[in-house]
Design a protein around this ligand. Structure first.
Ligand code: NDP
Length: 341
């Protein structure tokens, strides 16, 4: 039998600003062999997520950066190819963190079986990290009440689309913000948002004001930048702001030019008694993930929550996929098809 190769995408250089294809490199390594207590996994699906941009930087963060010459980190759905672990058998499908490569070893501690998940790739979105992010941030921090106004940007993406759908389930009004007419049309006609505004429109702030005449009670922050500027003056007394992501700034190399706007922000927080709370979802898996899976399972069965997926074929296209994701070229959850199930 021909020797199998393990294709790996490594971090080749640390990006300065927007990542380039040359910041990555593809190498062929040998397929590792499982020791006693280990499992050999073959990647079927690789998730691409905005946090990966942060892992390409050196310096202090909530997670260890990927080292130069190391395999890019990433959530995966894999097939068990060989097992020397009593809890896993060949052919099982599991969710884990194999990274950007065909094969990886695991001791099983980071693996989750895909029981009850209707389609394996959904373990990377609706039933995985992005879905849980939306659920935790909206329900535990945003706490939307019936009739309240919830606003979320990146509204057709993996997190934002779930935020809007759960907000509607809870009886709130949901306004999406997205890039372009197609995404906005989809947010309203398929995801069920009450309205969606294109953040690239020259009169974006005026349009947002028109659809939130009584202000915004919950702003689920995914992007920062000009979107936040338009939202801030519309936050109501006691509004909640789960701070989930700042994708408009992930490629920044320095603070934006202009006057110091911290006093304006702090004044709003003070006078409007805003509840602004950042969260990193990896802190919450041990406490809230089981409840999330139970609720999401019911909502999906009832047809109340769905996920649009955008598939990219071939591990070698993952770098372009991440670069495009950061530029807003994706439409739905980006999943790389690495191998056949
Ligand atoms: P998405 O699938 O939503 O993809 C990213 C989207 O961001 C793009 O499609 C684009 O949508 C939008 N975007 C990019 N640049 C800008 C910009 N300058 N201004 C406005 N919108 C922009 O990604 P995810 O759903 O996976 O992630 C959404 C956010 O949640 C990210 O900030 C991510 O880092 C964060 N996150 C945080 C977690 C946590 O633990 N705190 C966990 C998971 C995600 P459009 O074209 O519609 O503008």
């Amino acid at each position: 039998m021909a020797q199998l190769a393990n294709r790996q995408i490594l971090l080749h250089a640390r990006p300065n600003g927007v990542p380039k294809p040359s910041d990555f490199r593809l190498e062929h390594a040998s397929v590792p062999q499982p020791a006693e207590g280990q499992i050999l996994l073959r990647t079927i699906y690789l998730s691409l997520d905005p946090y990966m941009r942060g892992r390409m930087n050196d310096g202090p963060s909530y997670a260890t950066p990927v080292g130069l010459g190391e395999v890019m980190t990433g959530g995966t759905v894999s097939r068990v190819e060989a097992s020397r672990h009593p809890a896993f058998k060949t052919g099982d499908l599991v969710a884990g963190m194999s990274g950007w490569q065909d094969y990886a070893l695991s001791d099983g501690r980071d693996l989750t079986p895909l029981d009850g998940i209707p389609q394996p790739s959904l373990a990377l979105s609706l039933f995985g990290m992005p879905g849980f992010t939306a659920y935790h941030g909206l329900l535990n921090i945003g706490q939307p009440q019936p009739g309240e106004m919830v606003v979320v940007a990146a509204a057709t993406g993996a997190v934002g689309s779930v935020v809007g759908q759960i907000a509607k389930l809870k009886g709130a009004r949901a306004i999406g913000i997205a890039g372009g007419a197609d995404k906005c049309h989809y947010a309203v006609s398929v995801l069920g948002f009450d309205a969606c505004i294109d953040h690239r429109a020259p009169d974006f702030a005026e349009q947002l004001a028109a659809v939130t005449p009584n202000g915004i009670d919950v702003y689920f922050e995914n992007v920062g930048g000009a979107v936040f500027d338009a939202v801030l003056p519309r936050l109501t007394l006691g509004a909640r702001v789960p701070v989930c992501g700042m994708i408009a700034h992930y490629n920044d190399t320095q603070l934006p030019p202009g006057p110091n706007r911290v006093p304006l922000l702090m004044r709003h927080i003070l006078t409007q008694r805003l509840h602004v709370e950042g969260f990193i979802i990896f802190d919450h898996f041990t406490t809230g993930f089981a409840d999330f899976l139970r609720d999401m399972g019911q909502w999906v069965k009832q047809g109340k929550v769905m996920m649009r997926e955008e598939f990219i074929d071939g591990l070698e296209h993952a770098p372009k996929g991440l670069i495009d994701l950061l530029a807003g070229k994706n439409f739905g959850k980006v999943v790389v098809r690495v191998g056949t199930p």
